[in-house]
Each structure stands twice: as C-alpha cells, then as structure tokens.
Design a binder for this molecule. Structure first.
Ligand SMILES: [Zn+2]
Ligand SMILES: [Zn+2]
Length: 397
C-alpha cells in the first residue's frame, strides 16, 4: 500500500495524538507531558530512543535493514504564551498557553511518520533520525539538541534534513510550499538604553532629556534600513517596545526600547550588527547623551539547500501531484531555529497549508493568533510527506 494511503489509514490515530497534545500545551524547553505523549506514541516501535538532558527532547533512531545514508526529520513540540480563543472541542485547557503555531500537528505527524517508516524497517536503505524538539519559539531548542548530539545520533552525519511547518492561513489546505536559498529570516534582538539626566519638565534646558533622542533613534533606524541596505537583500527593523518616564511633568533619566531585526543574508546581518550600535551611539552623542545598543543574534537565516529544496518539490509532485506543490516566490520574514540544523546539514524547510474549510487563506487568522485554527485534514499528508522524504532520499543514496 502506498505510504500516502497508509498515512490516511492512521489519520484518526494521528489526530487523536494531536488533540491530546493540543489540549495541554507546554511552553519552552521543558515539556514533560508532551514528551510523555511522544514516548507513548513511539512505544513498541523498533527505535533507539534517547531523551534530552537539558531539555525534554526525544531523539529516535530507526536503523534500516539495508546499508545507506542517514536522514533527519524534525518536528517541534512547543506552544506559545497565548490564551486560546478558538472554542475548538480540543482547545487548550491551560490558560496562557496555546498551540498557536501548529507544533502539535508537527509532533503528531512526525510520530505518524515514525510508525509508517518502522513498518518498512527491513527494506529501509539507511537510517532515519526523528528529532522531536522543544523550545522552537524563542528558546533555540534546536541549538540545544545539536549540542546534545542529535546530528550524530545515527553515528554519522545525516546526508539531509527536513522540517515541515503548517500554516493556518497563507496557503490552501494541503498545499506545500518551499524554495531554494533563504526560506526564513534571521531574527536578532536589539536592546537600546538611552541615558540622560532627569529634571523638571518645565525646564528641559537644565536636564538632558532622553525621550526626544530615543524617538529620533526609532525613526533613524527606519532610514538606516532604506539607505544602507540593498532593496533586493531586504532588512526589517521593528521597534516593538518603548518605555520612558512616569509623569507628564518629570523628565526621566533613561529611555529604553527593544527592536527586532530581520535579514536574509550573512552580509546584511553583519552590517546590521555593526551599523545599528554606531547609529544609536552617534545620535546620543549629538544630543549630549549616552546610549547602549546591545545587538543579540538569535536565529540565523533558514537557508534551504537548492538540491534538497528541488528534491522536496519533486517528492511533493510525485506523491500528491504537481498542483499540490508551490515554489515560494519570496522568503518569509519569520524565523526558525531549524536554521541551526541547516547550517550544518543540507536540507529543506517545507510549509504546509492547514487553513480550515470555509476560510480564505488570505484572510484566515495567522499562526500565533489566539483564534488560529489548523485543520486536521493536513495531518495525513504531512505525515506522508515526512515519510516519503526519508524513503526517497535514502533510496537515492
Ligand atoms: Zn511560531
Ligand atoms: Zn512554528
């Protein structure tokens, strides 16, 4: 029976696992209930299973009956600090936590793929590493798993690595999308503190007011984006937090703000890390103030290997038909810690539409929304794609 049909046959089991994970979402690097569910789902399968030391990850290795390379499949497991408002029957019962990015689907689909691939163990020409990863949402869980050895779990480096990510909007349900080269942005955080000298608001000439200078910096960052960066190698800077002062008649000592910086190339990222602190420092000096700009590198650019992205496109077309695959015209400005895996192993990050029926993908609530809904209909095909990517990549040698 084709993998796709087998995935459809276990779709009920995959959905049940997904709903159980969805009901009790966990945030960050420590997801004990989710980990227990994954271990339960893999129980009895011919896998070498190890769990993380510093995080509640699960690494499962399937050794095929025939020699061949290793392939890594990744599914992230963590939720977001969002209170769910979907009213789904399996909605989160934990206030302040929700699987608003669909990682519950990834976990369940990867467990489903493990089942399908284990059933083919005897004929499998190589090894599959299943990477169940906590802490994608800002905790760099992939980096922790790499430092704990996930890339060496098979005894040799994987020849290729793949990750799937569902989208509640953007794509019609069941449509896959990927591209060669940059797929997602690098995300860095800038923390800025402007220091002046407080005083009475009626006599600003006797104080050193940090607020106007900080406002100037916010605007100057936007000018920096348009004047220093190639429009075809784009950069986004957004100030998402700005704080200063306590009253209308008091000039504060300090103003602080936080920005996120997104970029798509090593060059632009390097330039941001250099130019932003310089700009902030120069504006502060011009006003007789001091400022610190801390540029913290978070997730690198997620770069798909051209060959692996093309291969994933071929597998999608071969398994589901050409109409189910799209080449993404542009990268997304979101970021992913699968980027840490792709820095070391050629591979591809693939999006899968999971927009619920009756909703327009263009206007459906997006990932991270409290009302984002991911349709179960995507589960079987996501499972089949995970399994087929591994099978066909191993068969290629
Ligand atoms: Zn997310
Ligand atoms: Zn996500």
């Amino acid at each position: 029976m084709p993998v796709r049909d087998e995935a459809a046959r276990i779709a009920g089991w995959i959905a049940e696992l997904r709903h159980a994970i969805h009901r009790e979402p966990e945030i960050g690097l420590h997801l004990p209930r989710t980990q227990a569910r994954v271990l339960g789902a893999l129980d009895g399968l011919p896998l070498e299973i190890s769990t993380g030391r510093g995080l509640s990850s699960v690494t499962a290795v399937l050794r095929g009956g025939r020699p061949g390379p290793a392939v890594l499949l990744r599914g992230d497991m963590d939720a977001l600090p969002v209170t769910e408002e979907t009213r789904l029957p399996y909605a989160s019962v934990i206030p302040g936590a929700m699987h608003a990015c669909g990682h519950d689907l990834h976990t369940a689909m990867l467990a489903g793929a493990a089942r399908l691939l284990c059933a083919r163990q005897a004929d499998l020409p190589g090894t599959v590493i299943f990477m169940f990863q906590p802490g994608e949402e800002g905790y760099a869980g992939a980096r922790h798993m790499i430092s704990e050895g996930v890339l060496d779990a098979a005894g040799e480096r994987p020849a290729a690595a793949y990750a799937l990510h569902v989208a509640s909007g953007r794509l019609p349900c069941g449509v896959f999308s990927t591209r060669a080269g940059p797929m997602l942005a690098a995300a860095d955080q800038i923390t800025i503190t402007v220091r002046g000298r407080g005083g009475h608001a009626s006599q600003p000439h006797l104080a050193a007011d940090p607020i106007p200078a900080a406002c100037e910096m916010v605007i100057a960052l936007q000018t920096l984006v348009t004047r220093h960066f190639d429009v075809f190698d784009p950069v986004v800077i957004t100030v998402g937090s700005f704080h200063a002062g306590t009253a209308d008649n008091v000039i504060p000592d300090e103003a602080t703000f936080l920005a996120t910086a997104r970029s798509f190339s090593r060059e632009s990222r390097g330039a941001l890390a250099e130019l932003v602190p310089r700009l902030i420092g120069d504006i502060a000096r011009a006003h007789g103030l001091t400022a610190e700009a801390d540029y913290t590198r978070e997730y690198p650019v997620t770069v798909n290997d051209a060959g692996e992205a093309a291969f994933a496109g071929d597998v999608i077309a071969g398994v589901f038909g050409a109409e189910r695959g799209r080449v993404a015209e542009f990268p997304l400005t979101g970021a992913e810690d699968f980027s840490f895996v792709l820095e070391q192993v050629p591979g591809a990050f693939v999006l899968l539409g999971a927009c619920p029926p009756g909703q327009d993908p263009a206007t459906a609530p997006t990932n991270h929304s409290a009302v984002a809904v991911f349709d179960d209909a995507a589960l079987a095909d996501g499972t089949a794609l995970y399994a087929e990517l591994a099978l066909r990549r191993l068969a290629r040698g």
